[in-house]
Design a binder for this molecule. Structure first.
Ligand code: AFP
Length: 337
C-alpha cells in the first residue's frame, strides 16, 4: 500500500506531465468524472435514508420530484461532462442513441477531441440490498474531424481507449483508473471530498483460486464450460484446486475483488443468451483495459475483448476476465466450443 498523501487530481496531473505535448483535456475529463461520481456517491449513500429506491418521478419528503438512481447517475454524468468543452459525443448504457455534444459546449481551440462512454450505475438491481454498485467509463479520441461526434466515433475497438476506469459505491467510494500507464486506485475521503491515492500500480495476481460466475445458468451452458467449472471444483491440491466461488452479481464489485486478490470473472454465452449479458462498450472494454494494464487478460473465450470491432452501441459479449493464467486455462476448454 502506498503511504504518500496524493490526491486524484495531483496524480492525474503528474501522469500528464510525462507527456510534454499533453493539452490537459484528458486530465480535465477525469476530474469531471470524479466530480460527477462524488455527487452520485452522495445520492447512493442517501438512498437508504430517503424513500427513492425503485421509484421514478415520485416525490421525496421535501416535495421534490426524485429520480431512480440509475437515471440520476446518467443525468449527472451527462450534465457534468457535456460542458467540459473537450467532448464531441457521449454514449451511455442508459440511452438508446449516443448523445452528440451541442456545439455551444464545444471548445474550438483546441478542438473537442474526445468521446466518453459509460455505464452510469452498474449493478443497480442490487441497490435495495445495499450491495456495492458502480460507474464504469471509457474515453476515446474522436475519429471525425470537427462538429458534433458521430456513431463512427463511438464504435471504436477497445484497444483505442485512451483512459478507462470505474467508481465503486460500497463501504467506501473508490475510483480506479488507467490512462495506459498502470492502474491506480483512490478512496474518497468524505470529510474533505477528495479521492486519495491508496494503491498505485495495481497488479492482478497471475493465477488465482477464485472464480466468479452465475452458476444458476449452468444447465444452459455449453458442455465445455460445464466441464471447466466442474474441474475447478475438484479436490486436486497439486493443481491449486478446488477453487472458491465469489459472486455478488455486481460486476464492478466482483471485478474489483478479483483485481486485488486474483480471480476469474465470467459471464459466458448460454443457450438463452447467445452473446452473454454484458455490454461490450460500457462494461467489457473499460474493464478489459484496466485488467490488461494490471497484467491480466480479458477475452470473449476466443478473441481478445479489446480487438472486437463493435457494430452496435449496445452490443453484448461473453466475458472471461481476470488473472492471466486462469483466463488462458478457461480458453483451453472453450476453444473446442
Ligand atoms: P443490473 O444492473 O441489472 O443489476 O445487472 C448487473 C450486471 O449487468 C452486472 O453488474 C453483473 O455482473 C451481472 O449483470 C449479473 O447478472 P446475473 O444476475 O445474470 O448474474
Amino acid at each position: 500500500m502506498n503511504k504518500k498523501f496524493v490526491t486524484l487530481y495531483r496524480h492525474i496531473i503528474e501522469q500528464e506531465r510525462k507527456f510534454p505535448d499533453a493539452t490537459g483535456q484528458l486530465s480535465d475529463l477525469l476530474a469531471d468524472i470524479a466530480l460527477a461520481c462524488k455527487l452520485i456517491s452522495l445520492e447512493v449513500n442517501r438512498a437508504g435514508l430517503i424513500d427513492i429506491l425503485g421509484f421514478t418521478g415520485t416525490e421525496n419528503v421535501h416535495g421534490e420530484v426524485v429520480k431512480k438512481l440509475d437515471v440520476f447517475a446518467h443525468d449527472t454524468l451527462v450534465r457534468a461532462m457535456e460542458v467540459s468543452g473537450h467532448l464531441c459525443a457521449i454514449a451511455s448504457e442508459e440511452s438508446e442513441d449516443f448523445i452528440p455534444v451541442d456545439e455551444k459546449f464545444m471548445g474550438n481551440k483546441p478542438m473537442s477531441k474526445y468521446i466518453i462512454q459509460f455505464d452510469p450505475l452498474d449493478g443497480s438491481s442490487n441497490i435495495d440490498a445495499n450491495i456495492s454498485i458502480g460507474t464504469i467509463f471509457s474515453i476515446y479520441r474522436r475519429i471525425s474531424k470537427s462538429g458534433p461526434g458521430t456513431l463512427e466515433d463511438c464504435l471504436q475497438q477497445g484497444s483505442k481507449q485512451v483512459a478507462s476506469g470505474y467508481i465503486i459505491y460500497g463501504s467506501s467510494t473508490i475510483m480506479v483508473y488507467s490512462t495506459g500507464q498502470g492502474v491506480h486506485g483512490f478512496t474518497l475521503d468524505p470529510t474533505v471530498g477528495e479521492f486519495l491515492l491508496y494503491y498505485e500500480n495495481i497488479r492482478i495476481p497471475e493465477k488465482s483460486r477464485t472464480y466468479s460466475v452465475n452458476e444458476g445458468n449452468y444447465t444452459n451452458w455449453d458442455p465445455n464450460l460445464q466441464r471447466y467449472i466442474s474441474d475447478l471444483k475438484k479436490n486436486e491440491p497439486a493443481k491449486g484446486r478446488p477453487y472458491k466461488t465469489r459472486y455478488v452479481g455486481s460486476l464492478v464489485a466482483d471485478f474489483h475483488r478479483n483485481l486485488l486478490y486474483g480471480g476469474i470473472f465470467m459471464y459466458p454465452a448460454d443457450s438463452k443468451n447467445k452473446n452473454g449479458k454484458l455490454r461490450l462498450l460500457y462494461e467489457a472494454n473499460p474493464l478489459a483495459m484496466i485488467v490488461e494494464q494490471a497484467g491480466g487478460r480479458a477475452t470473449n473465450g476466443i478473441e481478445r475483448i479489446l480487438d472486437i470491432k463493435p457494430n452496435d452501441l449496445h452490443q453484448k459479449t461473453p466475458l472471461f476476465i481476470g488473472s492471466k493464467d486462469d483466463v488462458l486455462e478457461a480458453e483451453k476448454y472453450l476453444v473446442t466450443l
